[in-house]
Every structure is written in structure tokens, then in C-alpha cells.
Design a protein around this ligand. Structure first.
Ligand code: TYM
Length: 333
């Protein structure tokens, strides 16, 4: 039998996906699914690490599933499922909580940033989230984890936890590696190009949602913050705004940064921003059409979730039993 590499990744259904999620991670998932053995998960257990409105979280789970299929994730080729429908995630997470150290979790940049904004109401789950993420990855013995740059530290922690567990007991988990695309690893906010584009940004002009209408997309790019020069040149240090737009254009058109510099040589920022807006609107149009169609059939989405959860469970519970045996739990006979 052919030995395909196992790919695992997940996304929180905590809002409408942005082009940061799409270009940074999801687009790579589609590219990987033909040659690899892939699992993609809607991480709703991660989503509740910060307060969520239950009805919205439920609705978004359907929306996000439809969006993953609209971008090209095919449930016939990949296992597509919802995290809370596979109980093994919570169970392995507990075992790994007893493997991970407080110190290494305290060093997680994302925790420091997110907890800083929340004062005394920080949930234990927010602190512990990287352990749940390690459980997600290790349950499926993943070789590669395609993510954006902001998740690199969490994948590295999953590696450390896997290695520690394997050394303490005996080889149990595959040690995963992060995987990045060539462009779009870190798509920045259109309003503040020094911070990451995020679906939870309170300024809607900072991000492009996957469901934004073409005229909205074009307007947001026109308003994008750049610098006082006029040359379309890639230099993330001194020209973060324009460099971000170049990366986005590169992702939307599959052109290299060099080709973009040549194409827009001598043209001002106005013409370039308009071209980026048009290109992104064009790239999202067929996705949005499919999305609307898929979302109109909730029954079919329920069937897909059910099938995905059954397929994921077969792999996950096998790994869970292995880990339980290693730590000395008596398994039911
Ligand atoms: P989440 O839901 O925040 O984001 C999903 C994916 O999108 C990427 N991403 C970006 N990439 C480039 N530029 C951006 N501005 C940008 N914003 C988001 C993220 O890097 C991520 O790849 N904890 C994860 C979900 C998760 C997971 C996992 C991922 C749970 N379990 C196991 C991999 C493996 C998260 O919150 O991603």
C-alpha cells in the first residue's frame, strides 16, 4: 500500500473566515488533499476558550463547514469533521495535561496577547488550549500540520509534548512538523499592517471576510493603510502595508512578488490597490456562489459531519487506547 503522509489541521468556527485564514492555511489544505491522507477539523472546543453566544457558535459551525467545502475541501477525499463530535480529543487532552509543563504554556505568545486583553476573566481553557491542540494533532499521528505563522509555536509545543511522552513511556505518537505555504503565512490587517488580520478585529475595515461582497472588498482595499511613498516594492520592514498587499495579490493571482513588482513598476498605489481589490473579489466570487448553495442544505451538512466524525473516531480512539495503555490505565475488556 502507498505510504501517504498524514496531514492534519483545524480552524475555529468562531467567526466568518478571513482571507488571512484562507491564504495562510485553508488554500494549502486544498492543494495538499490529492497527494496526502488529510483530516480537517472545525475546532469548536477551541472556540469556547473565549465567551461565545451558543446560537451563533452553532450557526457558524454549519457556515464554516459549508465554507471549507466551497473552497474545495472534498469530504470524499479528506476527513472533514467537528471536534466536539469526537470525544477522544477531550480524553487525550487530559493525559497530555499531565505531560505538559505550566512553564512552557506560560511562554505561549498567543496566550500572553489574548489574556492581556481579558484581565481577571481569563478562562483556564485559554491557558490550556495548546494542549488540546496537541491532542488534536497527536490523536491522528499527523506528519504535517499546515498552518499560518501564528500557530507555529503551538505546533512546536505539540512536538515537544509528543517527544516527552514517547521518551517517558515508549514510542506512541508521530512527532509532527508545521507546514507553510510560500506566501500569505501572515496576512496583516489592512488598517494596521503591523498586526495580524483577524476575524475578531473590531474594525471591519481591517479584514476581508470570505463572504464580503465585491464592492465591499474593493472599498476596503482602497482604504488600506500604506506609506507616503509611491513605489510598489516589497519591503516588509519599511513598507509593511504595501508588502502585505503584494502578498495578498500574490496569493490571489498565483504570481511571484518579483512579477508583481515588474507589473506595477511606475504605477502608483491607487492603481495597485484597485488591482488587488479586483483580484481578491474575482478569486472569492466562485467560492461565495458555492458557499450559498451548500449552506442551503443543512441536512446534507449534518450527514457530512456525521460521516466525518465516524471516520475520525476510528483513528482517534485507536491512538487514545494506545496512550491510555501506556500511562497505566486499565482498558475495558
Ligand atoms: P484559527 O482558527 O485562529 O486560524 C485557522 C488557520 O488560519 C491561520 N491564520 C492566518 N494565516 C495567515 N495570516 C493570518 N492573518 C491568519 N489568521 C489565521 C492560522 O494560522 C490557522 O492555521 N488553534 C488553531 C486551530 C487549531 C489547530 C489544531 C490548527 C485547533 N487545533 C490542530 C492545527 C492543528 C486556531 O485557533 O486557528
Amino acid at each position: 500500500m502507498e505510504n501517504k503522509k498524514r496531514i492534519y489541521s483545524a480552524i475555529q468556527p468562531s467567526g466568518t473566515f478571513t482571507i488571512g485564514n484562507y491564504f495562510g492555511a485553508m488554500k494549502n489544505w486544498v492543494a495538499l488533499q490529492d497527494e496526502h491522507d488529510c483530516l480537517f477539523c472545525l475546532a469548536n472546543m477551541h472556540a469556547i476558550t473565549v465567551p461565545q453566544e451558543p446560537a451563533k457558535l452553532r450557526a457558524r459551525t454549519y457556515e464554516c463547514l459549508a465554507m471549507l467545502m466551497a473552497i474545495g475541501i472534498d469530504p470524499e477525499k479528506s476527513i472533514l469533521y467537528v471536534q466536539s463530535q469526537v470525544g477522544a480529543h477531550a480524553e487525550l487532552s487530559w493525559i497530555l495535561n499531565c505531560t505538559a509543563y505550566m512553564g512552557e504554556l506560560s511562554r505561549m505568545t498567543q496566550y500572553k496577547v489574548k489574556s492581556g486583553k481579558q484581565g481577571s476573566t481569563i478562562r483556564v481553557g485559554l491557558f490550556d488550549y495548546p494542549v488540546l491542540m496537541a491532542a488534536d494533532i497527536l490523536l491522528y499521528q499527523a506528519d504535517l500540520v499546515p498552518v499560518g505563522a501564528d500557530q507555529k509555536q503551538h505546533v512546536e509545543l505539540a512536538r515537544d509534548i509528543a517527544e516527552r511522552f514517547n521518551t517517558t513511556y515508549s514510542p506512541t505518537f508521530t512527532v509532527p512538523e508545521p507546514f507553510f505555504g510560500t506566501a500569505g503565512r501572515r496576512v496583516m490587517s489592512l488598517q494596521d499592517p503591523t498586526s495580524k488580520m483577524s476575524k475578531s478585529d473590531t474594525n471591519v475595515n481591517g479584514f476581508i471576510s470570505m463572504t464580503d461582497a465585491p464592492n465591499v472588498i474593493i472599498k476596503k482595499f482602497k482604504r488600506a493603510v500604506t506609506d507616503s511613498e509611491t513605489e510598489v516594492r516589497y519591503d516588509p520592514e519599511t513598507k509593511p502595508g504595501i508588502s502585505n498587499l503584494m502578498e495578498i495579490y500574490s496569493c490571489a493571482t498565483d504570481q511571484s512578488i518579483e512579477a508583481i513588482e515588474t507589473e506595477f513598476a511606475g504605477q502608483g498605489y491607487g492603481a495597485f490597490k484597485a488591482a488587488v481589490g479586483e483580484a481578491v473579489a474575482e478569486a472569492l466570487k466562485p467560492i461565495q456562489e458555492k458557499y450559498t448553495l451548500l449552506l442551503s442544505d443543512k441536512g446534507e451538512l449534518d450527514n457530512i459531519m456525521k460521516k466525518g466524525a465516524a471516520q475520525a473516531s476510528r483513528i482517534a480512539y485507536k491512538t487514545l487506547a494506545k496512550a491510555q495503555r501506556k500511562v497505566g490505565f486499565v482498558l475495558p475488556k
